[in-house]
Write a protein that binds this ligand. Structure first.
Ligand SMILES: Cc1cc2nc3c(=O)[nH]c(=O)nc-3n(C[C@H](O)[C@H](O)[C@H](O)COP(=O)(O)OP(=O)(O)OC[C@H]3O[C@@H](n4cnc5c(N)ncnc54)[C@H](O)[C@@H]3O)c2cc1C
Length: 360
C-alpha cells in the first residue's frame, strides 16, 4: 500500500490568491507532499500586506464556539510553525506580551470578570502601579487607563512572515503563476482554472483564497455566499518631542480599540479602522488618533510619515471566516475580515483535512 505522502505527491492543488491564507495553505499542503500551484496577479497589493500582525487569541473573551476553537488551535500551532519557519528566517518571531487598555469602566469590569472566571495564568489584570501602565499613562498624559496583559498573545511582523513564506515556497519549488483567474470549471474529474490571458491550469482540487473575488468564481445559484468589503487603514506617525521616548512603551498594545506599535524613539504605528468602503477617506489621522478624550500634545503635533490601507472581506449573513467544501474538490477559504494572520494555521489545517478526506 502506498503511503499518504506518495498519494499526495500525485495530487495537484491550485490555490487562487496569495495573501496570508493562500500562502499558509501552500505551506501546509506542500509539507504534506502535495503538488501546489499558487495563482495571483498582484501579490503585494492585498490586505495581508497591510496587516499589523497582532495575534489576539488568548485574550478573546468568548471562550466557546467556532471562533474560539479556531483561535485556540491557532495559538497552539503558531509556536510550532515559527520553529519550523525559523529555518528559513531566524528573525521570524512572535513578540509577546500583548496589552489591552481601556478608559471605559464598564469594559474594564467585563475584562476583570473574564479574567476572574477563567483562571488562566497567562492573563492578568494590570495593576495601576505596573511599569507598563505607568509608562503608558506618562507618555499619553492620562491617569485613567486600565486593562489586561496576555503573556500568550503578541505580534508577528506580517512583512517578515510573508517574506519568509515566499522563501520557503521558493525553496520547495512551488509553482507560482501571475495570472488572474476569471473562470473555474470541472471537466472529467479535473478542475480547470482559466486566466484572463486564456491560459488553462488543470488540477485535482482548487482552494479559493482570493478574498472578495472568490464569489465571482463560484456558481451563485448553487452557493449563496455574500461578502462585503471592509477597509482598514493604518499609519506611521513621526513625533518631535525630546521628552517622549516611544521605546519606553510596551512593544504592542491597544487603547480603546486602537492598536499601537512603537517602532523607534520617535515613530509609532497606529491602526486600524473598520470602514464599509473601498476608498480611504482623507481624515485618517483624526480617525486613528481619537481614542482618548484628550490627545497628548506630541500626538497632536505628530506628522504622518506613512499611511496604508487594505480591503478585507466580511461575510454577509454568516460568521467569519467562511471555510466550506463547496463541491467535489472545490474549497472556499475566505471572509477573513479580521484576524486572518492569527487564524491562518488553524484554517490551513482544516483545509488539509478536507483535502485528505476528499482524495483518500
Ligand atoms: C490595516 C489592517 C490591519 C490588520 N491587522 C491585523 C492584525 O493585526 N492581525 C490579524 O490577524 N489580521 C489583521 N488584519 C486582517 C488581515 O490582514 C486579513 O484577515 C488577512 O490579510 C486576509 O488574508 P487573505 O489571504 O484572505 O486576503 P488577501 O491578503 O487580501 O489576499 C487575497 C489575494 O487574492 C488575490 N486575488 C483576488 N482575485 C484573484 C483572482 N481572480 N485570481 C487570482 N488571485 C486573485 C489578490 O490579488 C490577493 O493577493 C488587518 C487588516 C488590515 C487592512
Amino acid at each position: 500500500m502506498k503511503s499518504l505522502k506518495e498519494n499526495c505527491q500525485k495530487a495537484h492543488i491550485v490555490i487562487i490568491g496569495s495573501g496570508i491564507i493562500g500562502k499558509f495553505n501552500a505551506l501546509e499542503l506542500s509539507e504534506l507532499g502535495f503538488q501546489v500551484t499558487i495563482i495571483d496577479p498582484t501579490q503585494l497589493q492585498n490586505s495581508s500586506n497591510a496587516a499589523l500582525g497582532l495575534l489576539m487569541g488568548n485574550m478573546y473573551q468568548k471562550r466557546r464556539g467556532r471562533s474560539w476553537d479556531l483561535r485556540k488551535q491557532s495559538i497552539e500551532l503558531w509556536p510550532q510553525w515559527i520553529t519550523f519557519l525559523q529555518k528559513f528566517n531566524c528573525k521570524l518571531n512572535i513578540e509577546k506580551p500583548l496589552i489591552q487598555l481601556t478608559t471605559n469602566e464598564e469594559k474594564f469590569k467585563k475584562l476583570e470578570k473574564f479574567i476572574n472566571e477563567n483562571n488562566d495564568q497567562n492573563l492578568r489584570i494590570l495593576e495601576r502601579d505596573s511599569i507598563f501602565i505607568k509608562n503608558i499613562n506618562k507618555a499619553f498624559q492620562t491617569k485613567n487607563l486600565k486593562g489586561m496583559i496576555s503573556f500568550k498573545d503578541g505580534r508577528i511582523n506580517p512583512f517578515t512572515l510573508l517574506q519568509t513564506l515566499d522563501k520557503y515556497l521558493k525553496h520547495k519549488k512551488i509553482n507560482f503563476s501571475k495570472g488572474e483567474i476569471i473562470k473555474i470549471k470541472k471537466l472529467n474529474n479535473q478542475w480547470i482554472s482559466t486566466t484572463r490571458n486564456n491560459e488553462n491550469i488543470k488540477s485535482d482540487m482548487i482552494i479559493l483564497c482570493n478574498s472578495l473575488k472568490a464569489v465571482d468564481l463560484i456558481d451563485s445559484i448553487s452557493h449563496k455566499i455574500a461578502l462585503k468589503p471592509v477597509l482598514g487603514q493604518a499609519m506611521e506617525i513621526e513625533i518631535n518631542d525630546a521628552e517622549v521616548n516611544l521605546l519606553s512603551l510596551p512593544k504592542q498594545f491597544s487603547i480603546n480599540g486602537k492598536n499601537i506599535i512603537p517602532k523607534s524613539k520617535n515613530k509609532l504605528i497606529i491602526g486600524s479602522t473598520d470602514e464599509y468602503s473601498i476608498k480611504p477617506e482623507e481624515n485618517t489621522f483624526e480617525k486613528l488618533t481619537n481614542f482618548l478624550d484628550k490627545k497628548p500634545t506630541w500626538l497632536i503635533k505628530g506628522k504622518i510619515s506613512k499611511k496604508w490601507y487594505g480591503i478585507r472581506s466580511k461575510p454577509d449573513g454568516e460568521a467569519s471566516p467562511i471555510m466550506k467544501n463547496l463541491e467535489g474538490g472545490l474549497i472556499l477559504c475566505t471572509g477573513f475580515y479580521k484576524n486572518g494572520i492569527l487564524l491562518a494555521p488553524a484554517c490551513s489545517k482544516w483545509v488539509a483535512n478536507e483535502i485528505k478526506n476528499y482524495l483518500f
